[in-house]
Each structure stands twice: as C-alpha cells, then as structure tokens.
Design a protein around this ligand. Structure first.
Ligand code: NAD
Ligand code: UD1
Length: 332
C-alpha cells in the first residue's frame, strides 16, 4: 500500500495510474483545493481499480495520522502542495503554511506511524538562475520566490531528518517541466483560470479559447531568443516515482535526483510542435520578458539513469499529441 498525498492532482493522478498498473494498492489523501474527486473515478476507469480516497488536509495532524495508520501503507509519495509562483509572491504565508508546515505535519505523522519511506516532489526551481548547464544535482541551490523557497526549506528539512535518523529512506525528485497527459485522454492538467505555464496556454490557443500566445521575450541568449526548458511527459515523470520506490526498498538514503529529459526546447519550438500535433494554428505575439524568468534550464538526467534505471521515453510529439487529446476530449 502506498499513501499518496495530493494524489488527485495533475502529477499525482498519473502516478496513481502507474502505481495501480504495477499492482500496488493506493490510498489518496487530498483536500481537493486544486483538483476534483472525479479524477479518481477516471483513474479507476483507466486501471480497473479505484484508489482508496480520504479527503483531508495534510495540516490536520489528527486526520492525517489516522488515515496513514488505517491505510497500512509502508511508503508515502508526497505531491500535496501549492505551486503557483506568482501567487506565492502575493501570499507567501499560504506557501509556508501549506507546503512547509504541511510537510512537517506529514513527517511527524509518518514518525508516529513508523513509516519512514518518502518520495518528495521537488522542482528544478531549487537551482535558481543556472550557473552552468545542464543542471546536475550538485549545482548550488537558491530560490527566487516563496514557492521555490518552500521547496528548498523542505529539502533541507528532509536532509536534516535523515542525518538524525538514517533509517529514513527519502527520494527528493526534482522535476523539470511536466507536460502532456495520459493517452486515454481521461486525466490531464486542468489549470484554474488563466494558465501560467506554457503548454496549457498553447493548448487553449489551439482550441480557440484564447486568441494568441504571448511569447515572454525573444531576446534571450538562446538559439531563437526565446526561453528554453526541459519539458517532460507526465507519464514518464510518474514512472520515475515507481523507480524511486523500488530503489528505496533497497537503500536507506536521502538523495535528490533530477527527473528531466536532458533536452531543452524553446518557446517557439514548442509552439511549432503543438501546431503539428494538433493541426491547429497557434498565433503568437512577442511580449516583454516575464519577471523572474531565466533564459534556459535543462537537466543532466544521468543520475536518474544510473541510480533508478529510469530515463524519459516519450518525445515532444507524444507530449503535444497527448496534451491535445486531453484538451480536446475534456474541454472541447
Ligand atoms: P496539483 O495542484 O495538480 O496537485 C496538488 C494536489 O495536492 C491537488 O490535488 C491539491 O488539491 C492537493 N493539495 C494541495 N494542498 C493540500 C493540502 N494542504 N492537503 C491535502 N491536499 C492538498 O499540482 P501538480 O502539478 O500535480 O504538482 C504536484 C507536486 O509537484 C507539487 O508539490 C508541486 O509543487 C510539484 N511540482 C510540480 C511541477 C509542475 O509543473 N506541475 C513542477 C515541479 C514540482
Ligand atoms: C514555471 C515556474 C517554476 C516551475 C515550472 C514548472 C515561474 C516563474 N516559474 O517555470 O517555478 O517549477 O513552471 O511548473 O512561473 N512562456 C511564454 N508565454 C506564456 C507562458 C510561458 O512565453 O504564456 C514561456 C516562459 O517565458 C518560459 C517557458 O515559456 O520561457 C516556460 O514557461 P513555464 O511553463 O511557465 O515554465 P517555467 O518558466 O520553467
């Protein structure tokens, strides 16, 4: 049994599918602040098996501990958290509360239940403005906004915890830019309001829901002047969590591992790939740089290959085709 916080969210729901497909039982603990319970019905439609659902907030220690104990889980995958950079600048305390305090409460509940295996959702944002590329796990860490700071604090908390008690088994997965959706078209990313991230915005332009894409700057020091990122298919990302659990079954350690493809694509490159996959035009206009953006960010994913035997398999066409199928089937 695996206990999955935030399992109804974008990445968590895809992870639930892969966990169940691998024969594992899953309990999802989610407060639905950024997802719908209906997602778990869809997970059941894909896999033929529904995860057990407990609605609750990870900051509610009593409810969390009761759910973890009742589940009988021996490992936790911790996706629950807030993730909007702009919102974190406006309301930093919500991010320290939900992300940092929420994780602290989770670790306390795990300690009480003697569950000491954890896979944590971190982010490439902890590398700050890259000093060198590709990014290796030993690159210096920094944060440029409260969301990133919350991930850094949690990472430090996890390293301290493992130093204090080496029986803990902790995998800190640093995601690059998750995109795409399950091939069934039944689950995917469902941003509330105007999407901040590139691919959901591009998908809505292709679907005719928005007139054009704003390209935030074309004067970066990159091949076509637009920002370069390491986009990774969410199903590849989900599979990385399974591999992390498999490694933790054999190793008591606390390690940070990049999950990316190692390949960077520009904004215009993504736009063209999406036009091809969808068969729809994606009009754009060049706008000023977005505050806080960096020119380029991509992973050295070799540690994941050597430690986990994991590498991303799905290419840019699959990322765009699957995102388009989800956009078309779900939102029409
Ligand atoms: P998401 O918002 O789709 O999913 C998060 C889930 O956690 C939601 O279902 C939400 O309802 C739940 N949740 C939030 N706070 C909670 C709380 N206090 N108690 C219980 N449930 C709570 O986000 P996602 O894209 O699936 O991201 C999952 C994790 O991965 C997050 O920690 C995020 O910071 C991290 N991450 C995401 C990205 C990305 O681009 N999507 C990149 C790097 C890291
Ligand atoms: C954002 C977050 C980061 C998070 C990451 C993955 C910010 C500042 N950073 O980073 O913390 O870890 O998502 O979820 O929000 N772009 C456009 N037009 C758009 C949207 C994006 O040109 O409408 C460009 C951006 O300038 C960037 C690229 O597309 O060059 C990717 O943007 P985005 O999807 O927001 O991801 P990140 O900037 O990597």
């Amino acid at each position: 049994m695996i206990f999955v916080t935030g399992g109804a969210g974008y990445i968590g729901s895809h992870a639930c599918v892969e966990l169940i497909n691998a024969g594992l039982d899953v309990t999802v603990f989610d407060n639905f602040c950024n997802s719908q319970p209906d997602v778990l019905t869809r997970v059941a439609r894909i896999t033929g098996k529904a995860p057990t659902l407990v609605q609750g907030d990870i900051r509610d220690s009593a409810a969390l501990e009761a759910a973890l104990r009742a589940s009988g889980a021996r490992a936790v995958i911790h996706f629950a958290g807030l993730k909007a950079v702009g919102e974190s600048v406006q309301n930093p305390l919500a991010y320290y509360d939900n992300n940092v305090l929420g994780t602290l409460r989770l670790l306390q509940a795990m300690t009480k239940c003697d569950v000491k295996t954890l896979v944590f959702s971190s982010s490439a944002t902890v590398y700050g403005d890259p000093q060198r590329l590709p990014l290796t796990e030993d690159h210096p860490l920094s944060a440029t906004n409260p969301y990133g700071q919350s991930k850094l604090v949690i990472e430090e908390m996890l390293r301290d915890l493992h130093r204090s008690d080496p029986a803990w088994r902790i995998s800190i997965l640093r995601y690059f830019n998750p995109v795409g959706a399950h091939t069934s078209g039944l689950i995917g990313e469902d941003p509330q309001g105007t999407p901040n991230n590139l691919l959901p915005y591009v998908a809505q332009v292709a679907a005719g829901r928005r007139a054009f894409l704003n390209v935030w700057g074309n004067d970066y020091d990159t091949p076509d002047g637009t920002g370069v990122r390491d986009y990774i298919h969410v199903v590849d990302l989900a599979l990385g969590h399974l591999k992390a659990l498999q490694r933790l079954a054999l190793h008591a350690e606390c390690r940070a591992i990049n999950l990316g493809t190692g390949v960077g694509y520009s904004v215009l490159g993504m736009l063209r790939a999406f036009e091809q996959a969808s068969g729809k035009p994606v009009p754009y206009q060049v706008a000023p740089r977005r505050a806080g953006d960096i020119a380029a960010c991509y992973a050295d994913p070799s540690l994941a290959l050597s430690l986990l035997g994991w590498r991303a398999e799905r290419d840019l066409t699959a990322m765009c085709t699957d995102a388009w199928r989800w956009q078309s089937s779900e939102k029409g």
